[in-house]
Design a protein around this ligand. Structure first.
Ligand code: URP
Ligand code: ZN
Ligand code: ZN
Length: 473
């Protein structure tokens, strides 16, 4: 199968030019001006942007947690992703307490079997090194499973949180194996005290989710993780940075040239703490962690992604039903499932308010949504760019298409959308995964099963296109 994408404005992290892209099989084989080639399928991209498929490094599909399971499985979550121009994601495989990492990974592989519509890798979330998971097994994951990032939660004391010894020992393993350490940075011990005090005082509304997780608890944990990673000699990636208190230690670390990286998520640019006060328990829709912050932080985050203090924008897609799941916390904010949907609208929102809003360039948008996540997580240059030899993951994006974001038309199973009613100009028109059309004319045209699991390279190493890797082996 060959595809010729004609006359589009090709935009990568570095370039912006009009060209044709020729795809044979699964890869891009030629990029040039007015290519005179026959193809099984020709896509006229005149007046359109041609972008690399976006890479989302932070998702939670079919994740069981605190008695609920996130509502999007690999089929619905990846369908939402495809419609939003995301063709690869890295999902969190959570080690159950007492479970080996191998067993946890087997369980997560089973979730995607027969359902996958886009490509994905897994991070391993380490929750227990006392029983089940061992440091030796952790060290084997990059080589044996292509899992090259270890995630640790510094919060959620009732479930996922690890102590500093576990965090530090994992960092030491990562320093040896070349894996990237990821942290959810919040001081879980202090938060546990604040939550108990709020509940004891009868403060049960959703707003207390934010009031019991003040930004200083995020700043403190971010700094702790940075310093411990320095001691261990590990590369560090701080997930879902939400506020100035954690941007500041990251900025300092990067100024010093330390091996420290950070992401924020789409929602932190748009949703502030006042959303948690919406009447009729509607605030529960915005209960995710870290919580929506004071609005002043939104400019801090735009500045941080513009200046590369933060290198990626993910979604932290962790979707629940408002009606039927979030209501578990009607009488107690601490029981509201933490998380929100977002996989489908990252490109829409960042294009509209980041690029059209004059905060970042088109090149920087591609870098934040595709190239940097691919580089940081061992997927580049197979993913995250448009180049000869790369996987033909391509988004033909119509910059003039008008769209109203709504749960009525999105593809997540969640019954609400964080950006409900937002009007944007610009939307993916055709989305290809390894040369296969996934989405065209507003329809999903591929079948579940087409998505592949990707064994990722170690931090700082390149993932060679499959054919080239075989040729050089
Ligand atoms: O609220 C959130 N973010 N839920 C998912 C788990 C996490 O902390 O990333
Ligand atoms: Zn988290
Ligand atoms: Zn998350």
């Amino acid at each position: 199968m060959s595809v010729l994408i004609k006359g589009g404005r090709v935009i990568t992290a570095a370039d912006d030019y009009v060209a044709d892209i020729y795809i044979e099989g699964e890869r891009i084989t030629l990029i040039g001006e007015s290519l005179d080639l026959q193809a099984d399928k020709v896509i006229d991209a005149t007046g359109k942007y041609v972008l690399p498929g976006c890479v989302d490094p932070h998702t939670h599909l079919e994740m069981p947690w605190r008695g609920e399971t996130t509502i999007d499985d690999f089929e619905s979550g990846q369908t939402a992703a495809a419609f939003g121009g995301t063709t690869t994601h890295v999902d969190f495989c959570i080690q159950g307490k007492g479970q080996t990492f191998g067993d946890a990974l087997a369980a997560w592989h089973a979730k995607r079997e027969g359902k996958a519509l886009i490509d994905n890798g897994f991070h391993i979330a380490v929750t227990d090194l006392r029983e089940g998971g061992t440091l030796e097994e952790l060290a084997r994951l990059p080589e044996e499973h292509g899992v090259t990032s270890y995630k640790l939660f510094m919060a959620y004391k009732d479930s996922l949180m690890v102590d500093d010894e576990t965090l530090f020992r994992t960092m030491q393993v990562a320093a040896k194996t070349g894996a990237l350490v990821m942290v959810h940075a919040e001081n879980g011990d202090a938060i546990e005290v604040l939550v108990a005090e709020a509940l004891a005082a009868g403060n049960t509304d959703p707003i207390y989710h934010a009031l019991t997780r003040p930004p200083e608890t995020e700043g403190e944990a971010t700094n702790r993780a940075i310093q411990l990673a320095r001691v261990a000699g590990a590369a560090l990636y701080v997930v879902h940075v939400s506020c100035a208190e954690s941007v500041e230690p990251l900025a300092l670390a990067r100024e010093k040239g330390w091996n420290v990286h950070g992401e924020t998520c789409t929602q932190y640019f748009f949703i502030d703490q006042t959303y948690l006060e919406r009447p009729g328990f509607e605030g529960a829709k915005y209960v995710y962690t870290p919580p929506p912050r004071d609005k002043a932080n939104q400019d801090v985050l735009w500045n941080a992604v513009r200046t590369d203090i933060l290198s990626a924008i993910s979604t932290d897609h962790c979707a629940y039903l408002f009606d039927g799941q979030k209501d578990a916390g009607k009488d107690d904010f601490s029981q509201i499932p933490n998380g929100g949907p977002g996989l489908e609208n990252r490109l829409h929102m960042i294009h509209e308010f980041g690029v059209r809003g004059g905060k970042i360039s088109l090149n920087r948008m591609v870098e934040l949504l595709a190239t940097n996540p691919a580089k940081l997580f061992g997927l580049y240059p197979r993913k995250g760019t448009l180049a000869v030899g790369s996987d033909a993951d391509v988004v033909v994006f119509d910059p003039d298409k008008q769209l109203t974001i709504s749960a009525a038309t999105h593809h997540s199973r969640s019954d609400y959308n964080l950006y409900e009613g937002t009007e944007v100009t610009g939307s993916p028109e055709v989305v290809l995964l390894r040369g296969n059309v996934l989405v065209e004319n507003g329809q999903l045209v591929a079948k579940p099963g087409i998505g592949r699991f990707i064994k990722r390279a170690r931090f700082g190493e390149e993932l060679k296109p499959e054919a080239l890797a075989a040729a050089s082996a």
